[in-house]
Ligand binder design. Sequence first.
Ligand SMILES: [Zn+2]
Length: 61
Amino acid sequence: MSSSSGRRTPSLPICPTSQVGRCAVCHHPTHRYGHGGNPLCPVCRADLLATQKKKATPAQR
Ligand SMILES: [Zn+2]
């Protein structure tokens, strides 16, 4: 069977090379700097959002 865990590989960013950096999580090249940049690639951002949604705690102490 495939050993893949279903993780997608982010596509290369469409931005100037000077604004490309490594994703903080998966280390794939992504649009990290400048306008619209993000330290996480789209895949990891989606993962983060999903995680936050899953463990959203409505109750606060
Ligand atoms: Zn990533």
